[in-house]
Design a protein around this ligand. Sequence first.
Ligand code: BTN
Length: 243
Amino acid sequence: SALSLVVLDEVDSTNAEVLRQVADGVSGVPVAIADCQTAGRGRRGRVWSSPRGQNLYLSIGLTFHGGFSVLDGLSLVLGVAVANALETLGASDIGLKWPNDIFLPSGKLGGILIELQGELQEGVVQVIAGIGINVHMAEAEEVDQPWSSLGNASPGIDWSRNAIAGNIITAVLDAAHQFSENGFPDFHAPWQRRDIFAGMPLEARNGELHGTGEGIDEAGNYLLRTEQGVVPVRAGEISLRVV
Ligand code: BTN
């Protein structure tokens, strides 16, 4: 269906903006883009650094049918879609850090924050997919982890935020449709190819679990090869980190 696209000079959070649009009963697929955010949010309650004019802050409202369980794997699906969209524009070596950080070899390039609006009617689930991509972020920007940007990694490309937004919106809507129709299996191999944890020494569950990154299973859980065998780690359960 048609997009209901708003482009804002400034907003608290584009995710919050799309949530408001959905609450107001907007027709079409709600999409919000902003030049800067005053209360950009990241996963796990973190702040998402959102300086003016330098990056992409984009949120898309997606509707799924079949209850919350159909969302398993969605964050991985969106990571694949965003990575493919950026490579279509000339980026290379886009990796994914489970469950859905967008990485370059030099650091974190972007992130995806999925928020649930809830069940509108029986079985109809509304999701807000918020995507932040560092495009031309100034070196001085203070972020709590090593970061990179498209401009840093591929300075030869004239990165246009409009082109990036257009490609990502199309890729996300196509991927969401394919995921609704066929489920997660189509995205398993594309995600594995980009796994930055593969073969790395990892820990989970606050250090109670140690192992080597083995990729994902058919449901999108991350697999750790431990001394006790292969153990799946569920998305949202606990963050994985390299040790
Ligand atoms: C993460 O923690 O890695 C997820 C970051 C998601 C940031 C994007 S920017 C657009 C949208 N609006 C927000 O407030 N957050 C997301």
